[in-house]
Write a protein that binds this ligand. Structure first.
Ligand SMILES: *Cc1c(COP(=O)(O)O)cnc(C)c1O
Length: 423
């Protein structure tokens, strides 16, 4: 014993930037020390001091079946003994690709990569290669991983050429990224008109979950589809969070709107590092070695990651009631929080997010009305009460299939006590 998160974080900070391998883990925005996690099971995680938490992060989404799912773990254990990777073809890659292509009509072909970032970066290249156009329209507040061209948000409401959001990104890398406003079709059409012949694609989180949860408004996605068709651009749904979560076929299935390309991550790897991009055959046929859009990966499609993905997706397919149950829990939690706390709570499927404002949140600008100081107070109280939510206002609560009604009730009661006490 004697190990605790504070001393580990001190060690970590000496050898890793900010003590972490991904910034949001640092608890910086809430001014606290991150908990170091030892293990997890179902919807509970345990820190290295043995404290148990109800987990609403779920590894940022992958753990839709709960942590350490017995079937996923058993399959991975069995597979590990045959070797970790070969850098050569395996049957497992074919199996995972078939599981997806046979069950999601708009994915005719798919390519595995190792992260959501890589999936987006590659899909954008394919879109540019296929259309032979240069510009990309993205939305303020949508996150698409950390590739140069996507690290652009610009000032509030700006619909202009992007300024990089990060040091180390050249103006050139960002200047072909155009910014539109989420849930605002007019902002997209204006950009299409201005850049008539040169928009390769529109990329969108078909329900935004990286500015808090902001669902696509009625008609928004269908409107994007129509604008893309009118101006000869491809429509890309970034389904890294929504894929296999809102429905097996993701937001595309949920909303009934068909994109040209989709990107996946998170759930598709069942907790292992996997991403994928896929879509219409004639576009995917542009990808190397068939076509001239180069994209490769030493560990892409490796057997361990494929096994975790296959076992996760198979269970989702084998349980036709799972999405109804997940979505019902999401609605129950959101309704309870809304009623007992009086703030805006956005919810779609098994994603939810409380904003510390009473005004509606429909885009990046309105999301920023949330009182993040209030968020930090509540976050800290939740942690003390054994409830682990993402350490940032602008993230989702992820529900997995292991939650019970009484755990959701406990969560609602705890929020209510903290909020009505802090007021
Ligand atoms: C997480 C996320 C990504 C990036 O995925 P990584 O695996 O972290 O690189 C891209 N798009 C969306 C919508 C995401 O939520």
């Amino acid at each position: 014993m004697g190990k605790n998160s504070e001393t580990l974080f001190e060690r970590a900070k000496k050898v890793m930037p900010g003590g972490v391998n991904s910034p949001v883990r640092a608890f910086k925005s809430v001014g606290m020390t991150p908990r170091f996690i030892d293990k997890a099971c179902g919807n509970k995680i345990y820190d290295i001091e043995g404290k148990e938490y109800l987990d609403y992060v779920g590894s940022w989404g992958p753990m839709i079946l709960g942590h350490a799912d017995p079937k996923v773990i058993a399959a991975v254990q069995k597979r590990v003994e045959k070797g970790l990777s070969f850098g050569a073809c395996t049957e497992l890659e074919v199996e995972l690709a078939e599981l997806i292509c046979e069950n999601i009509p708009h994915v005719e072909m798919i390519r595995m990569v190792n992260s959501g970032t890589e999936a987006v970066m590659s899909a954008l290249r394919a879109a540019r290669g296929y259309t032979k156009k240069n510009k990309i329209i993205k939305f303020e507040g949508c996150y698409h991983g950390h590739s140069d061209a996507m690290l652009v948000k610009a000032g509030s409401g700006a619909m202009t050429f992007g300024d990089p959001d990060s040091a180390g990104v050249t103006k050139g890398a960002a200047e072909d990224t155009l910014l539109a406003r989420y849930n605002d079709l007019a902002s997209v059409e204006a950009l299409m008109k201005e850049n008539k012949e040169d928009v390769a694609c529109v990329i969108v989180e078909a329900t935004a979950a990286n500015m808090g949860v902001v669902p696509a408004a009625e008609g928004f996605l269908a409107g994007l589809r129509a604008l893309c068709d009118k101006y000869g651009a491809l429509l890309i749904f970034d389904e890294v969070i929504t894929g296999f979560r809102l429905a097996f076929g993701g937001a595309a299935e949920y909303f009934g709107v068909t994109p040209d390309l989709v990107t996946y991550g998170k759930i598709i790897g069942g907790g292992m590092p996997v991403g994928a991009y896929g879509g219409r055959k004639e576009i995917m046929e542009c990808v190397s070695p068939l076509g001239s859009v180069y994209q490769a990966g030493t560990l892409s499609g490796n057997p361990i990651a494929m096994t975790a993905g296959i076992e996760t997706l198979k269970q989702l397919l084998a349980d036709p009631g799972i999405y109804d149950r997940l979505n019902e829990m999401g609605a129950y939690l959101a309704d309870g929080l809304r009623q007992s706390c009086g703030f805006t709570v956005n919810n779609i499927g098994s994603l939810a997010c409380m904003f510390y404002t009473t005004e509606p949140v429909t885009d990046y600008e309105s999301a920023q009305k949330s009182d993040t100081v209030r968020f930090s107070h509540v976050f800290s109280g939740l942690l003390d009460a054994g409830i682990y939510v993402a350490p940032s206002q602008y993230e989702a609560m992820f529900i997995n299939s292991c939650f019970t009604r009484s755990e959701l009730d406990y969560t609602i009661e705890t929020y209510s006590k903290l909020i009505n006490g802090v007021k």
